[in-house]
Ligand binder design. Structure first.
Ligand code: PEP
Ligand code: CO
Length: 449
């Protein structure tokens, strides 16, 4: 079972991109493989250490960002707002869980999308589906929808620009964001929030603000140490041309590192045991996530985890369950039990978004805030009842004021006000912050409902 950077090419490749110019793909891949890495093996190993600690209950992971990042979205305000909401959510969770929270953005490379159909029909016209800016563009024209090999380099460039800005902002410490009094808590005035919830949020914000001010009073060194803002990147490792081109050996370490991102994950549609994606990702040293939906057979999941980490390395694997609120109680317990019985070491994370997507009669995709909340609540409860803790949460969210998910202040009639996602519906800034407070409520004590 020898592995090499191209051994995936001998396996069935699901979600294969239909490039019409293989020569141009080879040219782009060759150039991509010469360019500098976006992340380093030190950072990858540091994240692995954090995930290993989260597996022991010493840390919690918050992963979030767009469903599909776009090249047009590579703008300072959009990037800053995304980091801001992740940072604010993480502070709420730190406060609730009383442990460090590791922030992992779905950013700087979340440009490739799996689709349920290879083509899309509109008014009798059939074109290839939109597969993310790494492949083609969203406009419904033959030119935009053509799979363009040059997009591989363009996406790499935008990932690098994004990451450069993220690193600068993180190094500067986001000073003002550590002050909860500057947060936009406008959602607190909403009529559907109970008095209890409102008071709980105000209390939490006040305590956070006091704690952060106290740390500041201790002096700069301490604050830097305690509030050091690390951001890790992640994306679905879907386009193996892109991922393989940036996979290499590094000096003084064993194995191969995928250096487009710290934490790639394998999607629900590409996790076939004998498929190309599992073959590729079993050979890299990175922390690897794997999405697990309600239909996964527990023994199949055990085989996947064993294949991806035969040595059972701590911090290596993150099992991201995305069952749908209606399926959690039935499908999650046997899965968790089987993995535990087999002795496979994973960090359990919940993605409460992808099992709860609905299509409205207008054709618009949406998700209900309450379904998302319910999947999380049930997932926390299942893990607790089995004697351990959920180790992380995974959201599609944005720092912008979009109207894509229903609930948390928005109704169906609000959706067309600012539906901006080119793929799945995301939580907006206020919904995401409220979500963090709700999760925080369960983590720190009795449910705030
Ligand atoms: C995603 O995370 O955007 C996604 C497509 O998820 P899944 O593979 O779980 O459907
Ligand atoms: Co999505």
């Amino acid at each position: 079972m020898s592995w090499h950077i191209h051994s995936w090419k001998d396996r069935p490749l699901s979600q294969e991109v239909a490039y019409d110019d293989p020569e141009a793909v080879a040219v782009a891949v060759e150039r991509l493989s010469q360019l500098p890495p976006l992340v380093t093996s030190w950072e990858v190993e540091r994240l692995k250490q954090h995930v290993a600690e989260a597996q022991q209950g010493k840390r919690f992971i918050l992963q979030g960002g767009d469903c599909a990042e776009t090249l047009d979205g590579c703008q300072p305000a959009i990037i800053t707002n995304k980091l801001k909401i992740l940072l604010q959510m993480s502070l709420v969770l730190v406060h609730a869980a009383q442990k460090p929270v590791v922030r992992v953005g779905r950013l700087a490379g979340q440009y490739a999308k799996p689709r349920s159909s290879a083509t899309e029909a509109r008014d009798g016209v059939v074109l290839p589906s939109y597969f993310g800016d790494l492949v083609n563009r969203p406009s419904f024209t033959p030119e935009a929808r053509r799979a363009d090999p040059r997009a591989l380099l363009d996406a790499y460039g935008h990932a690098a620009l994004t990451l450069n800005f993220v690193r600068s902002l993180a190094a500067a410490g986001f000073a003002d964001l550590h002050h909860p009094e500057y947060w936009d808590l406008a959602f607190l005035s909403r009529a559907d929030l109970s008095l209890d919830l409102r008071e709980e949020y105000i209390r939490t914000t006040k305590k956070l603000s006091e704690a952060l001010r106290f740390m500041e009073a201790l002096g700069e060194g301490t604050v830097d140490e305690l509030t050091r803002v690390d951001f890790y990147t992640s994306h679905e490792g879907l386009n193996l041309h892109y991922e393989a081109a940036q996979t290499r050996k590094v000096p003084r370490r064993e194995g191969h590192y995928l250096l487009t991102t710290h934490m790639p994950w394998i999607g629900e549609r590409t996790r076939a045991l004998d498929g190309a994606h599992v073959e590729f990702f079993r050979g890299v040293e990175n922390v690897v996530g794997i999405k697990l939906g309600s239909k996964v057979e527990p023994q199949e999941a055990v085989k996947l985890l064993t294949t991806l980490s035969p040595t059972n390395e701590p911090g290596k694997l993150v099992a991201i369950t995305r069952m749908g609120a209606a399926n959690v109680e039935r499908s999650l317990p046997p899965l968790v039990e089987a993995v535990r019985k087999a002795g496979r070491r994973v960090l359990w994370m919940c993605d409460p978004m992808h099992g709860n997507t609905q299509t409205l009669s207008s054709g618009l995709k949406t998700r209900s805030f309450d379904d998302i909340l319910r999947e999380l609540e049930l997932t926390f409860a299942v893990h607790r009842s089995l004697g351990h803790a959920l180790g992380g949460v995974h959201f599609e969210l944005t720092g912008e004021d979009v109207t894509e998910c229903i609930g948390g202040g928005l109704t169906e009639s609000d959706l067309d006000k600012n539906y901006a996602s080119v793929c799945d519906p995301r939580l907006n800034y206020r919904q995401a912050l409220e979500m963090a407070f709700r999760i925080g409520g369960w983590m720190s004590g009795p449910k705030p409902r």
